[in-house]
Write a protein that binds this ligand. Sequence first.
Ligand code: WQD
Length: 338
Amino acid sequence: MKNVVVTGGAGYIGSHTVLSLIEYGYNPIIVDNFSNSSPKVIERLEKISNRDIKCYNIDCCNKDELDKVFKENDVFGVIHFAGYKAVGESVKLPLKYYENNLISLLNVVEVMHNNNSNNLIFSSSATVYGDPASVPIYEDFPLHVTNPYGRTKLMIEEILKDYVKANPDFKVALLRYFNPIGAHESGLIGEDPNGIPNNLMPYITQVCIGKLDHLNVFGDDYDTIDGTGVRDYVHVLDLARGHSLTLKKMEEINDNLLIYNLGTGKGSSVLEVVHEMEKVVGHKIHYVIANRRAGDIATCYANCDKAYKELGFKTQYNLYDMCQSSWNFQQKNPNGIR
Ligand code: WQD
């Protein structure tokens, strides 16, 4: 089996991707410093997959530590999730984001180069498109960022584009995620933010479980179907499968720069998500219309034809499935994974 290092593999998308890699016949090796995830995720992944999963408690900013992983394992590829990702925090602490996200990426590429490991998937984000002039968003749309978190994503994309030009044997795939939500059907892993959630879905599930009193809907005066923000919500299991499909593609072709949107191609408003969750929980969800959140855009959803045609990426879950699995995870983990 080919070894695949998954940095940030104990995190939300990383942990679900670990399970998908196993399904596709790869051997995932987790690298995580648990700064934004629980070590308990590892034992839960082993329970779900019924097999041991090698894990290194390492910060990717520590190059020597990271190099040890590649000296002890023959690494076919790397999926790099590790990084800070809170937009609001990045505005307050830009240097923390530039230092951590850029140094960790530079270390990953250098260590891969020094150990002849030549397949890298980078966890990018729809945030690199900024406020698109139109929707759906295609991969060749202009790139524009409005916050330090998004700028680290865009800078890393540019660094990797330069690197593959100078190193034709090195392959990179940039996967631009839209809005991942949902959880593994077991309810053992899922989106488990520290403190008050920034993102919509964990906030809603914490209202449903009674940890938070109500949802603040950030604006209902956008030019959208019902005035609330529209996003492309994609089940994290679909997103995880997209990574395995990308690795398979990288094994088949010689192109050394692949770029894909991973979403559903469909937009849903905040209130549409709320109403779908109400069908799941069987009661109304208390929400209040609040002011717009600084930096939010009205509408963002993907065109995913390229991933469908080139990877065979087709989402299997609908919004109800996403809501139901998120709620199942929240019910089983009222205080998160502790
Ligand atoms: C979705 C919609 C909000 C919370 C962010 C990052 C992006 C990626 C995904 C990391 C918007 C509304 C939200 C709430 C609300 N993260 N909302 N009340 O902002 O689309 O994307 O998370 O990679 O890079 O930018 O996701 O879930 O925060 O917001 O009304 O309490 O829900 O206004 O319309 P977003 P989100």
